[in-house]
Design a protein around this ligand. Sequence first.
Ligand SMILES: C[S@@+](CC[C@H](N)C(=O)[O-])C[C@H]1O[C@@H](n2cnc3c(N)ncnc32)[C@H](O)[C@@H]1O
Length: 375
Amino acid sequence: MKEAAQTNDIVKISASNPVRTDCEFSRIVVRPVSIKGKACFQAEMFKGAQAFHQNIPPEELSDWIASYVQGVYKQTLFVMTDREVTYLTSSKGKVTRLEKPAAHEAVRDGNDRQKKYILNVGKPVPALADLGVFTQDGKVVAGMYDKFKQINRFVEILDDVFKSHTGKLTVLDFGCSKSYLTFVVYYYLTELRHIDAQIIGYDVKKDVVANCNALAAKYGYRNLRFEAADVSKDKLSDEHIDAVISLHACDTATDYALHYAVRHNVKYIFSVPCCQHEVNNSISAGQGDLDVLLRYGIVKERVSALLTDAIRAMTLEDEGYKVDVMEFVDLAHSPKNIMLRCVKTGKTSRKNAAAIRSLLEKYGFHQTLFELLNK
Ligand SMILES: C[S@@+](CC[C@H](N)C(=O)[O-])C[C@H]1O[C@@H](n2cnc3c(N)ncnc32)[C@H](O)[C@@H]1O
């Protein structure tokens, strides 16, 4: 049991059913919390209708468990991020250890369906408390629930691809901003999946980049760094890159992320575009069947956004990617909820280019990704 308490991915420990008559508490629950930005554990100890609390520094948890839990309760459950370990203690002191894969703590979503998340409420990602997504005790901050849903879903989609990854993995995040996603992806890859991962986040805002670097340093995330760069024109990494991610990188910043991926033979792209102004600002009616969709401002804006993403997807297909265009969260959690999930197959073609070019010429609009790749 001491050994289980030394692992660094504990989500919850609960002990119940005392085997000893001198036991003061009927039940104990221990959870990881963050107090004044410092990670520690909090034990909630139940006596009758009362609950008592004690904070335990991580380095003392193992001894604390040995003193207050081991041999005291019939059943002690350790929930880790990837497994659950149960210790059953008989009245004669015989201990049986059982282990099974984790059934992650369930969180109810708005539709009252049970959801399983990779990131769990009650187990805060340390940097996300600094960034204001989690409270110090691991609850999602009111007003940040949509962001929590987005980053959680993003990581789930990454997990489908990377859960069994071995070896190094280098990821670029375009338009990282405050870097909620970047920190979570780094935490997920390195701490939950134990992958030798490196991430570079790019954003044009120097002050934001400086804050993110300071936060990465605070948590000793030595393979996570941020660079101030305008991704449309500055020199970016020329290392081998395995995956490009972007979550709501503004307007054509998404195109430059996709363009980088194509030009650098990046195998995986996970991109959720945002504010597709380019087509909306340059498309003109009066030329054909699409005119009915361009008459009303709001309809034109939405059609332009969808047209942009359809052209991006078709262009990536021509460049040898298998592309899934998918809703990555419910619309209620973000109106910008389409993800392009792409895997390089290497089967290039020009089957979509002619149709796209014809649309561009007919309606007079610009689409950066297509134009960069089809000069
Ligand atoms: C909505 S924020 C992204 C949010 C962030 N990815 C997240 O997950 O919370 C868009 C960011 O893209 C950045 N951006 C826009 N154009 C850029 C460019 N050309 N180069 C680098 N960053 C850019 C902006 O500075 C902004 O911080």
